[in-house]
Design a protein around this ligand. Structure first.
Ligand code: GLN
Length: 473
């Protein structure tokens, strides 16, 4: 399959045009989206005019940038000026943001062509994209199965070949888990590396934006484009984007990689076998592989399901029917707020708001939220200890391959467990990547996860490249 880098190179050399690539992507979406429901909105006019701008630049002898003419899909919690942005919620249906997310501006600046907005679990709360108010997305490898979530629309769009690159957001695994279930690469960068300006907030101390792609190299190019300081996000690191492409082939010779027991606990046998095989690939490439245990990781899920809902309950207070989005009229202001939120939010979002409000309420704050924050510190220290012994950690991305639609919708706890291996790096703020690594017993794709300390993206990507080259075909 042609990579984004190859496509951009052929546009830059004048061998093809951005318009041709964009028309190809739009045609693939038109043909496939009825079955997959990966896109909630396709911006035909916006895409074609962006493509025309890139083609004019090439004709004038200018270089439109490293993603020249590459069609990209944006998770629909990224604001796009004048283009509908819903977060897959009825409460934002019909809303057109007055501003554009920094990541989208940077992609446009690098020549990329945003073709549309992809489906997600409402406000990014979920692991299957079944919590969308606009119907679930289906896994391109098996339409009876979920694509994972919450960035399931972007994962399905990339895996089905509609676009070479999708953007997602990852608060507890929402880039990596769907990437693994759809057989693509997914990256959760270091907290603060990518600006969240224009990302509809879920849990602000955890949210990061990152790429979903068909190759590690494409993810590296995309992250180089979207990363780097942004004064409009106060959590943005005061440093330029790392150069990832230049060190992509540095390998893992002389590095120590630790297989983490807790990142395999409860994994299906085929997933465990893939992780062990990936460790062998790293060993063959010159790394020393050790096995370690980080017991604190077992506390991650519980801490996350206090911290994330607590922050969500606060972030979602702004959807009150007053300034934008849905309004359900009632006799007075309070009843209008209640009626709007009752109609506008789905069940999972309501569950999170209730959990979070409870965790933050007077008398319970210390017992729940305060304690979860202390666990978070413990977990970060445990990671730091592990990075004293190893350069990188390896484990599963998700416990199983893609599950059937409906399999977990009535059991929130079973759904939450889909992210048991991805949540810890959101709590610590460290980077992690999932790389497709063969398939499971059912023939569906599965992914292996590599984790590194904060700002170690160069190393993480170089190791991911080794895994990609050594993955079973
Ligand atoms: N599945 C997790 C949740 O529902 C993670 C979501 C995410 O990363 N946005 O909260």
């Amino acid at each position: 399959m042609t990579t984004a880098i190859e496509l951009a190179d052929s546009v830059r050399r004048g061998e093809t045009t951005a318009t041709t690539l964009t028309e190809g992507s739009l045609a693939a979406i038109a043909a496939g989206n009825g079955a997959l429901n990966a896109f909630l909105h396709v911006d035909v006019d916006g895409a074609l005019s962006a493509a025309a701008r890139v083609d004019r630049a090439v004709a004038n002898g200018e270089d439109p940038g490293p993603l020249a003419g590459v069609p990209i899909a944006l998770k629909d919690n990224l604001c796009t000026r004048g283009v509908p942005t819903t977060a897959a919620s009825r409460i934002l249906e019909g809303w057109r943001p007055p501003y554009t997310a920094t990541v989208v501006d940077r992609l446009l600046g690098a020549g990329a062509i945003p073709v549309g907005k992809t489906n997600l679990d409402e406000f990014a709360m979920g692991s299957s994209t079944e919590n969308s108010a606009f119907g679930p997305t289906r896994n391109p490898h098996d339409h009876a199965r979920v694509p994972g979530g919450s960035s399931g629309g972007s994962a399905a769009a990339v895996a089905s070949g509609m676009v070479p690159i999708g953007l997602g957001s990852d608060t507890g695994g929402s880039i990596r888990q769907p990437a693994a279930l759809c057989g693509v690469v997914g990256v959760k960068p270091t907290y603060g590396m990518v600006s969240r300006y224009g990302l509809i907030a879920f849990a602000s101390s955890l949210d990061q934006i990152g790429p979903l792609t068909r190759s590690v190299a494409d993810a590296a190019v995309c992250l180089e484009v979207i990363a780097g300081h942004d004064p409009r996000d106060s959590t943005s690191l005061q440093e330029p984007a790392p150069s990832l492409v230049a060190s992509l082939h540095d390998g893992v010779e002389g590095r120590t990689v630790a297989l983490v027991r807790e990142l395999l606990d409860g994994a299906a046998p085929d997933v465990e076998a893939a992780v062990n095989a990936s460790a062998a690939v790293l060993r063959d490439a010159g790394a020393t592989v050790i096995e370690i245990s980080i017991p604190e990781l077992r506390l991650g899920l519980s801490a996350y399901y206090l911290i994330a809902p607590a922050e969500a309950s606060s972030n979602l207070a702004r959807y009150d029917g007053v300034r934008y989005g849905l309004r359900v009229d009632a006799d007075d202001l309070t009843m209008m707020n209640v009626a709007t939120r009752t109609k506008g939010f789905g069940d999972e979002v309501k569950r999170r708001i209730m959990l979070g409000t409870y965790a933050l309420s007077a008398g319970y704050y210390d017992a729940y939220y305060g304690r979860a924050q202390r666990v978070r510190t413990l977990l970060s220290r445990a990671f730091a200890g592990a990075y004293g012994r190893a350069d990188l950690l390896v484990g599963a991305t998700a416990p199983t391959t893609a599950f059937e639609l409906g399999a977990k919708t009535t059991d929130p706890m079973a759904m939450y467990l889909s992210d048991v291996y991805t949540i810890p790096s959101n709590l610590s703020g460290d980077p992690a990547i999932t790389v497709p690594f063969g398939s499971g017993a059912d023939g569906l794709p599965l992914g292996v996860q590599l984790l590194g300390p904060a700002r170690s993206e160069r190393l993480v990507f170089a190791a991911a490249q080794v895994l990609e080259e050594g993955a079973p075909r």
